[in-house]
Design a protein around this ligand. Structure first.
Ligand code: KIV
Length: 272
């Protein structure tokens, strides 16, 4: 059974699915060692790694560069490349080619697309080319006008249900539900056969995803209510850096155990 089938089967068996983002080799290795089911090289790279204000400011070269690094660390989890805005929304005719680059050049096993008007057509074309696609509805940061909960009234909730249904119909293997009310996420989860992966969408989704920097306390610009800091690494790292600075300034580091010695005879020759 391939990894995609295993993910889909988890829903049928009532087993929760775990997913996290990663942007480099070291984090990919850790997330994989922790037994997380899916690793997303998210375009959140723009915000949490590159310090940019919008995910629309990352392009294929950056995404491929980071996806290749994550690939070297991830052995078991399903590796998904997040298609950047420019790779499929500004020119949908380039979508299949760019999805293929995630697979061929970076070794990803699937791609993720955010909902936009032509999403069904683009997703279907990519799937027909043999590449598994994960959809993404609700709050879609690449095109969102404001970062607030989506689908709070019946009409907009109905639209999101329809989008999720269409994405299942064109063959997506899973769908991210971002920042929608938990009742709406529950309805979508119960209606679809494919797994829903929630972020800010309540506990009844088939699985959950978080941005790894939020989980580890490594992003200080904003913390949306739906994220959870499982550990705050920032003060721990700052303490280690202050310790290093102090040891260098006081000639404590490097100690003898971190240094190399030259044979005394050779050293004498050098001095003579
Ligand atoms: O880019 C990203 O990190 C994402 C997740 C929030 C699902 O799309």
């Amino acid at each position: 059974m391939d990894k995609i089938q295993e993910i889909v089967l988890k829903k049928a068996r009532g087993k929760k699915i775990t997913m996290l983002t990663a942007y480099d080799y070291a984090t990919g290795l850790l997330v994989d060692k922790a037994g997380i089911d899916m690793v997303l090289v998210g375009d959140s790279l723009a915000n949490v790694v590159l310090g940019l204000d919008s995910t629309t400011l990352v392009y294929m070269p950056e995404m491929l560069h980071h996806a290749k690094a994550v690939r070297r660390g991830v052995k078991n989890a399903l590796l998904i490349g997040d298609m950047p805005y420019d790779s499929y929304q500004s020119d949908p005719t380039q979508a299949v080619k760019n999805a293929g680059r995630f697979i061929k050049e970076a070794g990803c096993e699937a791609v993720k697309l955010e909902w936009f008007r032509q999403c069904p057509f683009v997703a279907e074309a990519i799937i027909k080319s043999g590449i598994p696609v994960m959809g993404h509805v609700g709050l879609t940061p690449q095109t969102a006008e404001s970062f607030k909960v989506q689908g709070k009234d019946a009409a907009s909730a109905q639209e999101i249900i329809e989008q999720a249904r269409i994405l299942q119909e064109v063959g997506c293997f899973s769908i991210v539900l971002e920042c929608i009310p938990q009742q709406l996420a529950t309805v979508i989860t119960e209606t679809l056969n494919i797994p829903t992966i929630g972020i800010g969408s309540g506990v009844h989704c088939d699985g959950q995803v978080l941005v790894i920097n939020d989980l580890l306390g490594l992003f200080d610009r904003y913390q949306p209510r739906f994220t959870k800091k499982y550990v705050n690494l920032t003060p721990i790292i700052l303490e280690a850096l202050a310790h290093y600075k102090s040891e260098v300034e006081n000639s404590v580091f490097p100690g003898a155990e971190h240094s190399f010695a030259m044979d005394e005879e050779e050293f004498k020759k050098l001095k003579d």
